[in-house]
Structures are given as structure tokens and as C-alpha cells.
Design a binder for this molecule. Structure first.
Ligand code: KIV
Length: 258
């Protein structure tokens, strides 16, 4: 059955962990859907894992829409969220409405995700929610701010922790239906999770979030470098290299086709 926002909130109440992964094309998305993943994020990390960029900053709205359409074609049941790329929502609320609206009109995504908190993003989330576009928040390490934050764990000092906590509370009040907590201490993630009625989805934020998300390329062992909090469940990179080398040998030795 198709996963809804109501289901995600119900699962938080019931203490049922929400399983989330990223996808960038129809084939991967369809496999994740077959494995009954609850929520699939078309994350802007696809700039790195599928398009060869060094970070998430260069990806465009058109590219995100192209990949989200493909992902949606592969999904029957999972809830699909599309990331708003860098500089397609930060300059004004009008720009955010146009970009998020284009995603919702042109793809089958169920919601959008944006990075950051107050004051500007909280107002943006409130306006998008008001006009009927569901928004997932994202606080802690926000990769679109890599030039300012790097990829370091966030919320180390008491002031930084209070800031992240307040942003999460403000995003819920503004209408966000869920929030990604990236690379913050488990204690802070637990405090936020306990104080919100919407689900928290952790990545590098400990066990006490309502759900977990990983970049699927990391899980499959396809990434060049794994973040410290990620886990590769298989070594697809070497499986692919070995299979392709075997094929190459067979062609060179006239063993394929046989
Ligand atoms: O772009 C992405 O893949 C993300 C996840 C890391 C949450 O935002």
C-alpha cells in the first residue's frame, strides 16, 4: 500500500522505525520499492553519486526533475521526496514556490525537502505548506552549506545544540511533516525526536531517531569514500569490476558468445 504522511506519523507514535534510502533512477528505485523501503529520497547527493560532481552544489532543478520522474516511474508504494537543489529556493519565498511547484506539477513526487531552519527557511516551509506542498526539513549538517560548515559533525557546543534544537521545533511549527537530522550527536537527535510530534529521520545521528536514511550508493559499496557514519552492506564496486573484467577476458579469448 502507498505510504502517506499520516502513516509516517502513525509509525512514529507506534515506535515503528521508518526505513529510508536515496534513489537516482528507475531501476534502483524499483529495487528499493520491492524491498519495501518506506520512503525514497531523490537526494541532491545524486550530483555526486550519479553525475560525477564533487559536491551537491552544481545540480540544477531540471536535473532533479529529470531524475525524480525516473524514480517515480519505478515506485509503487514508497513515499517519494525530491530535494530542492542549491539556490532554487533560498533567494525568496516566490522562488521556492516556483521551484517546489514545478517539482510537484511535473513529477509524481509526494513532497520536497529543503535544508536549513530559521528565520528564512521556516517562513518558506510555512508558505509552501500553506499552498499544499508537503515539506521535509533538514538540519544539522546541511551539505548545501559545505563551503561554510565542511562535512563535520554539527552541534558540538551548547549554543550550537540549542540552535539546531530550536530550528527543528520551528520547522515543525511551520508545518514540516518530517525532518532529516544529519551528523549531529545522538543525544541531541534523541532530544529533538522526543520533543517533536513529526518523525525525525537520522543519518549519522544515532539510534534514537524515528527512522534512518543512507545514501544508497554508500550502502551498496559504490562510493569512492564512505562518510564515517555510513555502512556498506555489500561491495558492488568490486562485483561490477570483476564481472566486467571477466566479460572482457571472454571477448578477448573468443569465449563469448559461446
Ligand atoms: O541528498 C541526500 O542524499 C540527502 C541525504 C543525505 C539525507 O539529503
Amino acid at each position: 500500500m502507498k505510504v502517506s504522511i499520516q502513516k509516517l506519523c502513525q509509525w512514529k507514535q507506534e515506535g515503528k522505525p521508518i526505513v529510508c534510502l536515496t534513489a537516482w533512477d528507475s531501476a534502483i528505485a524499483s529495487l528499493l520499492d520491492s524491498a519495501e523501503i518506506d520512503l525514497i529520497l531523490v537526494g541532491d547527493s545524486l550530483a555526486m553519486v550519479a553525475l560525477g560532481h564533487p559536491n551537491t552544489l552544481p545540480i540544477t532543478l531540471e536535473e532533479m526533475i529529470h531524475h525524480t520522474k525516473a524514480v517515480c516511474r519505478g515506485v509503487k508504494n514508497a513515499f517519494v521526496v525530491c530535494d530542492l537543489p542549491f539556490l532554487t529556493y533560498q533567494t525568496s519565498i516566490t522562488q521556492a514556490i516556483k521551484s517546489a511547484g514545478k517539482i510537484i506539477k511535473e513529477t509524481n513526487a509526494d513532497a520536497v525537502k529543503l535544508e536549513g531552519g530559521y528565520p528564512a527557511m521556516v517562513k518558506t516551509v510555512a508558505r509552501l505548506t500553506e499552498i499544499g506542498i508537503p515539506v521535509m526539513g533538514h538540519v544539522g549538517l546541511t551539505p548545501q552549506s559545505v563551503r561554510v560548515l565542511g562535512y563535520k559533525q554539527q552541534g558540538k557546543s551548547a549554543i550550537a545544540q540549542e540552535n539546531i534544537f530550536n530550528q527543528a521545533i520551528a520547522l515543525e511549527k511551520a508545518g514540516a511533516f518530517a525532518i532529516v537530522l544529519e551528523h549531529i550527536t545522538p543525544e541531541l537527535a534523541q532530544k529533538i525526536t522526543d520533543n517533536l510530534s513529526i518523525p525525525t529521520i537520522g543519518i549519522g545521528a544515532g539510534l534514537d531517531c524515528d527512522g534512518q536514511i543512507l545514501v544508497t550508493a554508500d550502502l551498496l559499496g559504490l562510493s569512492e569514500k564512505l562518510p564515517p557514519f555510513a555502512k556498506a552492506y555489500t561491495d558492488l564496486k568490486n562485483i561490477i569490476i570483476n564481472s566486467v573484467s571477466q566479460y572482457s577476458e571472454d571477448v578477448k579469448n573468443k569465449k563469448f558468445p559461446n
